[in-house]
Design a binder for this molecule. Structure first.
Ligand SMILES: [Zn+2]
Length: 147
């Protein structure tokens, strides 16, 4: 994997910028895909469904880039969950998640996702992939909001 994981921690992740490192990959942003499929890749091309919002496009693009790095596609639910988790951790920093949840008072919905400039699936995957330390920190912060 060429992903500079260390850098992602310090810099905000931009999937469209990251795409430039994948010079062999082309993106079709107005693809006609089956209902329920927002994106797809064959390893060298990425198709994004026509009509996605900007937040959806960056979420789906980040997801497909992880597939390309891992050399996988929608092979199994388990792989999908792993890919969602990696993409979500890149797109949504802990602080962004914290601020969004504080603003939404813990609610997780489209507005919370909008706050983080991602789709709902990504925000759910980010919460799913919280580490124990992050979870504990979030609990502690929640108590502070309530105080
Ligand atoms: Zn996938």
């Amino acid at each position: 994997m060429s992903d500079p994981a260390g850098m992602v921690t310090f810099m905000r992740y931009h999937p469209w910028r990251h795409l430039r490192d994948h010079t062999h990959v082309t993106v079709e942003t107005r693809a006609e895909l089956p209902t329920g499929v927002d994106g797809f890749t064959d390893g060298t091309r990425i198709w994004l469904r026509r009509g996605l919002t900007q937040a959806q496009r960056r979420s789906v693009l980040a997801h497909e880039l992880v597939h390309i790095e891992r050399g996988t596609n929608h092979v199994s639910d388990r792989e999908e969950a792993v890919v969602d988790s990696i993409a979500a951790r890149r797109l949504v920093t802990f602080l962004d998640l914290h601020d969004a949840l504080r603003w939404s008072q813990g609610r997780v919905d489209d507005e919370t996702a909008d706050w983080c400039w991602v789709d709902l699936r990504t925000i759910e995957a980010r919460i799913e992939s919280l580490t124990d330390a992050e979870r504990a920190q979030l609990e502690q912060l929640r108590e502070e909001w309530a105080a």
